[in-house]
Every structure is written in C-alpha cells, then in structure tokens.
Ligand binder design. Sequence first.
Ligand SMILES: O=P(O)(O)OC[C@H]1O[C@H](O[C@H]2O[C@H](CO)[C@@H](O)[C@H](O)[C@H]2O)[C@H](O)[C@@H](O)[C@@H]1O
Ligand code: MG
Length: 908
Amino acid sequence: MKEESVDGKEEHSNKPVVSGRIINCVPQLPYKISRNDRYSPLRGDTPNEEWNMEPISGNSALYSSLYLLRDSADWEEHVVGWTGEIDPGNGFAYIAPTAPQQEENSTIEDSKYNSQDLNEDPLYLSQEQKRVMAEKLQNQEDSNNKMTVHPVWLLRRDQRRWREYAENVVWPALHYILNPPSDGQKENTWWYDYVKFNEAYAAKVAQIYKPGDIIWVHDYYLMLLPQLLRMRFEDAVIAYFHHTPWPSNEYFRCLSKRKQLLDGILGSNRVCFQNDGFARHFVSGCKRLLDSTSTKSKSKRKGKDEWLISAYGGDVVVDSLPIGVNTEDILRKAFTSDIDAKVSTIKEAYAGKKIIFGRDRLDAVRGVVQKLQAYEAFLAMYPEWRDKVVLIQVSRPTSTEKGLKLEQQVNDLVNTINAQYGSLSFSPVQHYHMRIPEDVYYSLLRAADLCLITSVRDGMNTTALEYVTVKSRSSNDNCYANPLVLSEFSGSSTVLKDAIVVNPWDSVAVSKTIQKALSMTLPEKAALEKKLWSQVPTIQDWNASFLQRMVAIAEKRDSEDSKITPALNRPLLLRTYRAAKRRLFLFDYDGTLTPIVQDPAAAIPSAKLFRILSKLASDPNNQIWIISGRDQKFLSKWLGSRMPQLGLSAEHGCFMKDVASEDWVNLTTKFDMSWQKRVSDVMDQITVQTPGSFVETKKVALTWHYRRADPEQGEFYAAKLKKTLDEFASELGLEVMEGKANVEVRPKFVNKGEIVKRLVWHPLGEKQSYDDEFTIDESVPKDRLPEFILCLGDDFTDEDMFSQLNVIEKVWENKFPEGKNDCGHFGFYPVTVGSASKKTVAKAHLTDPQQVLDTLGLLVGDVSLFQSAGTVDLDDRGHIRDSESSVKSEQAGVAYSMRRTASYKDNS
Ligand SMILES: O=P(O)(O)OC[C@H]1O[C@H](O[C@H]2O[C@H](CO)[C@@H](O)[C@H](O)[C@H]2O)[C@H](O)[C@@H](O)[C@@H]1O
Ligand SMILES: [Mg+2]
C-alpha cells in the first residue's frame, strides 16, 4: 500500500535542490491564433495550415526573458501559457455568451445546445487539432525544442471570460482606480472564472513538474497559482513576479477577495516587485489584512530592502528587482540600413522641426491626456516653438468601454490642438491610434528629439528603457543622446534616477520641462545620456539575478529544512471522515471558527457556524470539543448554553466542561495565584504607554490586547511587555505567549496540548475523569480510541495541540502497527488556520475561518467540493472533469467534428 500523508502527497527523498529546469507560467503565449478561412483538408491543405499565428505586441520584456532562458546553456525551460482568445475565422460565427452566471450552471448551459449552435461553435477542437496547434506553437517559439511550450486550453465560447476578473477588478485596484459600487454579481462570476483559470494552470504544471524545478509565476492573472501549486507540491520552489504596480493597502483592501489574493501569492517562496515601494505596500497589506509580521533587512546585492514575511509565522521573501530590456537585441535591430532609411524619411518629413515622440497603450493610467494637455500648454506658453515642433503620439488601442471614452477625449484634444496651433499644411500633433510594427517603432525612437512619458501609474515603462538604449549610439542622423522626460509615477523613474522627471498632473511644469529639454546643448545631453545609459537594467541581468536568488532560496530552505505547509487535502479528509466511526473534533475558537475582529466581545459565532456544528454534533459518531483561550463565561454564553453537547475547555486548558454536562472543572486550583497582581501591574503600565490597548482579565489568565493600537507601536510595546514578563515568568511557573495582537500569561503546567492528550487517550463517548490523581491511561484498546481526529487552530498556543497529536501518532505507530486506516495513517489531522508559509508543526493548513467552515460544510454535506479551490480538476474547456457538463461537452465536440468533416466533403 502506498502511504499518503494528510495532504495526500507522497514523500520525496534525496531530491536535488535545483533540477536545472524552469517552469515559466505566463498569462498568455505571445501569439494571436486565428483560423485560416481558406483551409480545406479535402483540397490537400495540411493540418498545419489550419492555424495562423501572429506575434502580439506588449510584454516585450517578459517575452525576451523567456527567449534568453531558452538560449541559455544552464537552464531547461518550460513555458506554460494560455492560448489567448482563438479567433475562429469567418464563417464560424461567434456565439455571444448568455449571462455568465447562467453559463456556470451546467444544466442550463448544456440544455441550450442544439445542432445549430454546435455547427457554429468554433471552439470544439479535436485532440488532433489541439496537437497540431501545440506543435505549431512549439515550432513558432523554438523548433530546436530547447524550450518546451505547454499551452493551457480553455476552449469556451466566451473566451474573454478568463480575463474579466484580472482586467476589470484586479488591474484597476493595482493602478489606484476604484470601480463604482455594484451588487457584486458580475464580479462573483468573474472571480469564479479567475479561480478556474488559475486551477487550469496548476493542473498543467502538475503534469510536468519534477522535484527541484523552479516554478516562476508571472503577474496578476495568476495570483492564486502559487498557493494552488503549494497544495500539490509542498517542497516546490515557487517565485511570483508582479509586473504591475502594487498599490497602497488603502486601495488594495477595497477588493472583496483581498485575502484570497494575498494568500494565493503567499504560496510562493519569494514574491518580487519592480521596486521597493511596491514591495513595501505588499508587506504592509499582508500585515494589515493577514496579521502577518515581517522583518526587514538589506539584500546583500545592491543593498536593497528585503523582507521576510511571516504570515502567521512563516517565511516568504519579499523583494524587488526591476525588469530590464534586451539592450543588445534592441541596438542590433534599431541600427540596420533599412531603419537608417526610415529614419531619414521621418526626418525629411519633419524637416526644420523637433520631433517629440510618445508611445502608450490608450488606457486610463498611461497619461496620454495629461501629455496632450501639457503639450497644449507648451505651445501656448512658448509661441516661438509653434511650427517648430511636432508630437508624434502612437496610442495602442484597447477595446474596453472605458478605452472608447478615453479615445474620444484624446481625439477631441488632438483636434483642439491642431485647430488652434496647426495650419492647412501642418498639424502639430500626429496621433496614430494603432499598433505599429517593430521597425517603425525603432525608427521613431531613433528619429525623436525628445521622448515624453507622462504615465500616471505603471510598473515599468519599457519605452523609456528602449529609448535610452537607442539614444546611446550615434549614427548619421544626429540623434545621439536626445533627452527623455519621464513621469515620476512611472516605475522606470525608480531605475532611471537621473532622468528629467516631471509630475504629469502639473501641465505647466511639464511644459516648462519640454522647453528646457528641447533647448539642451549636445554636451549637456551627452552627459545625461551617459548616466542614464548606465542605469538601464538589462534583461540578461534580470534573469541572472532573479534565478541566482531563487537558487540561494532553494539551497537555504533545503539546508534549514524549513517547509511550507501544504493545504489540507479536502477530498482525502472527506474520504477518511466517511470511513471512520469514532470521530473527535478539537477546535480552537478565535481565528479558527470565527474571524478575528477588533473587539473580542464582538467575535460571536455566526448562524452558519451553529448550523454546521449542529449538523456535525447530530451524528452520534462525532464528539466535538472547543479548546479556547476564552474564559468560561464567554464560552458558556455563546456555545455551551446553545449546544450543551459540545465539550469546552477555557483559558488555554485551565478549565474543562465535559460533553453534555454543565459543570466546569478548574484544573489549576492548587496553583498559587498571587502572580496575577504582579503581571497585571506590568500590563497596566504598558497599557498607559500604548493608546488603544487594554487588559482582558479572566479567572486565571491575563491577556494584554493591542489590536486597536497603532500596529507598529503595538508590536514595539508587545515585545517590551514580553521581555519584562519573561524576566520573572519561569520562577513563578508562568508562560508568556504572543498571540494575535495580544500577549497572554497563564500557568505553564496547563496548556491546550494537555487537554488534547486527555481527550485522545480516552474511550470516545465515555465521561471524563477529574480525579486529583488523574493520569493518562495508555492502555485503552485501539477500538475505543478515536479513528478520525480533526484538530484546528490558528495561533501559537494551538501548536501545543498539534505537537501533542504528533507525539501520540508516533506512540501509536509502535503500539498499533496494524491499526492504520485505508489511507495508511491513523486519521490524525492537525491543521493550522493561516497561510501556507506559517511556521507550524501542523501537517496541513486552511487559509481562514471561511475555509474552515467550507471544509466542515463539506463533511456535513453543506458545501460541494467544487466551491473549494484546489479540489477541482478541469477539462480543456474549463468544465469539472468527468462532470455531467464535461461529458456532454465532450460528446458535443465529437458531434461537431463529424459535422465539420461532413461539411468539407459537401463543399469539395
Ligand atoms: O484560543 P482562542 O479561542 O483562539 O482565543 C485566543 C484569544 O482570543 C481572543 O483574542 C483574539 O481575538 C479577538 C477577537 O477576534 C481579537 O480582537 C484579539 O486581538 C485576538 O487576540 C480573546 O480575547 C482572548 O481572551 C483569547 O485568549
Ligand atoms: Mg485562536
């Protein structure tokens, strides 16, 4: 029998630290795939001719990083990427989706199919068509197979659906744009697709992953992927690079799925940003939203800030490394005889005029409107420049509704400027609303006297880097060293530190800067260019530094034997639960069954929690204990009085109330309590120094809370309090514990682990004994001991429960070698509630109380597996594999293929 651990993984032994393979996960492969309308196999066309693949523009830095790795002798590269929207071509009418919510309901969706729809649905691709397309993509990228391309197929009718959440919800928040309030319905549907998109990548990576591979996940379309991969591969080395800005937490926290997104990313070993500022915002978000702590240090290389995030206690490196451009490639491509000729043509067309150049995507943050306003101000303020300057602005179109409005605004501004300052023979703004080919782009970069970038937010503007690169070389057209005016809000201003920086919102200041830049002498320009050129990050350096750091992280992790906690394998849990008869549930309360809130008194059980606990408790095979730091009063009021069948333990093991009993027993009666006065005096002093903090006095334990204090001040005084208390704690037999925004003190000899020990070594269903002489009885026969134990807790104090379970499990290994279940273990599930990066002795993790309820809901039949991310397996169309809709879809695909073949025959 193969042994499975609670996370369902097999143990790997003697793994290489780094295998030499990189799995690069990119949001999309760099091609627009479309069907060739004239394709006809019956007229002798090869299957290869069915698909056209055109390179797409954008993300040039990322793609050049992939190509460099492909050509590197040190790494074997695998690229996993979505195909993008496949254009079905003419004659294959695109069927607009019905309401997306309906699409999710397989019954509704599938009942809509009729032969007409099938005939027209272009996205039923046969295995053969997919094979041919994959082969073509592979050849497109690298016919020598040095890099292997693994397409992610998500072949549904509405192919845009996979982008919606990332582009309409995440992207705006990352760029400081708040969406108008809504009922959230659309967003929920988009979120559902976003989870599936990430799940599809996880499944694809799982097919190719080998221990020691470095998995490198790129950008905000794939924020959940690191965690989904962590669920499958506990030891994987995973990096997430965020290409766009990361906003202040004041914006990020407006997202309803903020915690899920952060948790998704924190499945990584390393999270890397374009600059320190973005990394700092991320760390602050984790601190505020996930209760994580962090330590900051200076990286050895270049002395940049680096953080070690402990989301509830684990290790994720957060740092920054600005992406670069392939300077060698740019210079090679930009200085050819063909481009020399194009530059001359441009120069001749604008003879006697200075050329200002700009190229931006036409979206809300690229600052095209600000640029035009500043240029208008420039022409107004400096009449001597009119007729002597032209702005050539290339704006890459976007198809969104907002993009269309912006286009209108830009067109209006262009018309106004041209009407006011132009003539019949000359327009001072030449606006090209289109994608331009690479050679035209390089020609314009070379011909420009000034490059103007006024974006109001971006991660890294590669136009700035490419411009500085091109201007570093002199040629016959006298364009060497022409200056760059760069927005201070652009990520590139953090690397091009000597650029002429402007605030794009201040059009007068920008206009003055344009005037100064256009008037610079050659020596001034050359001196500036020399500095800037030395600051351009290259993609070669970026790849090398990024991977060097990943190897170091992998080696350090390996040598320290630190681990990331895998997500709880819920299908396996369900299987064990169903197979077991004597089941014991050991639940912590705060942060496990209820979310952490500002006021302890407000953390009361939800109706959903009661419903689930009642269902669980109604099964006579189940026994449930709540083992909490709370006092008896709170637990009795909110849990015991409503559900007497619950067993309760208060104040971290100081008190117990047996299942179906009303009597509390104090396990600390013999302990001298005079320590309380001394501890409370110290806590009172700290409270005075920390506004917002307070002391919670229980019967035995004392808790100092600082959740409502300023986080930094709170952390500082918590450390101070702990230090002071530690000085006399051991002599008084006390334990000082750092909890969630609290510091707690209780007698050392009681703890949650001791309670767990009592409960597990006990014939399930029998009354507890509270004799003074009580000792654990390890002679209880196995068939009276629990055979399924789910122990959940979120805090440091819950680690005592997990360690105790681990110890008991070891004892059972020797005592009951034949007593394991079908999965090869004793049904022990010590599960921490928190992120995967948490340092814990638990065997698995659940992210938060919401996931806890979903998981318990799964056991009592309240929640379907499909609602739990990380438990579904999708087919190539994004249906759950083997589900009714997946099978129907498969059949429909076959029918479609047959019709297609028949139609070729008819037409031939
Ligand atoms: O063992 P637990 O059931 O997890 O209880 C631990 C402590 O929880 C409470 O404090 C924590 O939760 C509060 C409500 O969410 C929160 O405001 C506070 O910052 C947390 O520290 C409780 O007040 C303590 O008595 C428990 O020991
Ligand atoms: Mg707790």
